[in-house]
Design a protein around this ligand. Structure first.
Ligand code: PAF
Length: 284
């Protein structure tokens, strides 16, 4: 039976149930779990002796109060889903366990600030600062050997890889491919806020990304690939583009998209007022 525990109980559990030979796989989440999260959990279970999932809706990473307010919360359902996956321990810290009132510090991101710029970094000011703050604090509590993150949040993955290196956390970061609905729509907690019609419309985002990828692989420049992808997105009824860009997959720079192709096509768009992001990798 799955057990949701706070930070102190987690320390006790770790002392009691892990040994030097244990490998802890950690899947941090903000809850509202879907198949994409479960896919991360399944991968972690294959590779680690113990898997810990956290559920914490991190206020610091929301730059829009309405977005935080409308973020879906469904702890009971989440625990049931994790129980079905054979997860025993779910860390559900309180806000003050993560952010004690006397600790308002933020991590210094200056050495990898360039990765956190552009794309989400430009459109959600302060978002990545909030992400590195919470994940570094969670890692200090959980002390895992492997950290599992989805590639849907590709820039987040790159920022957190850089944070882990800079802060010298002794762990591997595993980037897990995006899980998609049959229509191609990337699975996201936010999809729960869409109507059936909205989900159908939102699947055009993937179509636009795939179009850009096909054009790029055909040998066209990033500029042309982007323009063709954007045209698909703009023809999609009910889908409002926020950005559609191609960037270097290591640096996240839109100016470093030469040869060989190590690109990612990124899109952020709004459907029925819900902000969605997705991406596809492009390799030569
Ligand atoms: O990707 C998410 O769900 C969040 O950004 C994370 C990594 C759990 C940090 O709050």
């Amino acid at each position: 039976m799955v057990k949701s525990i706070n930070t102190r109980d987690y320390h006790d559990w770790r002392l009691q149930f892990t040994s030097e030979n244990s490998s802890i796989g950690f899947v941090p989440t903000m809850g509202a779990l879907h198949q994409g999260h479960l896919y991360l959990v399944q991968q972690a279970k294959r590779q680690c002796s113990q898997v810990v999932v956290s559920i914490f809706v991190n206020p610091r990473q929301f730059n829009d109060a309405n977005d935080l307010e409308s973020y879906p919360v469904q702890l009971e359902e989440d625990l049931a889903l994790l129980s079905n996956e054979g997860i025993d321990i779910v860390l559900v810290p309180s806000i003050h366990e993560i952010y004690p009132v006397d600790d308002t510090s933020s991590l210094d991101m200056s050495s990898y600030a360039h990765i956190a710029q552009g794309l989400e970094g430009d459109h959600r000011p302060g978002h990545f600062q909030g992400v590195v703050d919470v994940v570094s604090r969670l890692l200090t509590i959980v002390k895992p050997q492997k950290l599992y993150l989805g590639k849907k949040d590709y820039q987040q993955l790159k920022v957190l890889e850089a944070m882990v290196r800079k802060e010298k956390f002794a762990l591997d970061v595993i980037g897990v491919p995006t899980e998609r609905a049959y229509s191609g729509l990337a699975l996201s907690s936010r999809n729960a806020l869409l109507s059936e019609d909205g989900r159908a419309r939102a699947s055009r985002i993937y179509e636009a990304l795939q179009c850009a990828k096909a054009v790029a692989l055909h040998g066209d420049s990033a500029e042309i690939a982007c323009a063709k992808g954007k045209a698909v997105l703009q023809s999609a009824e009910g889908v409002k583009e926020e950005y559609f860009l191609i960037a270097n997959r290591h640096t996240m720079s839109v100016n470093e998209v030469g040869s060989p192709k190590e690109w990612v096509v990124f899109c952020a768009a709004h459907v029925e007022g819900v902000r969605l992001i997705d991406n596809v990798e492009v390799f030569d």
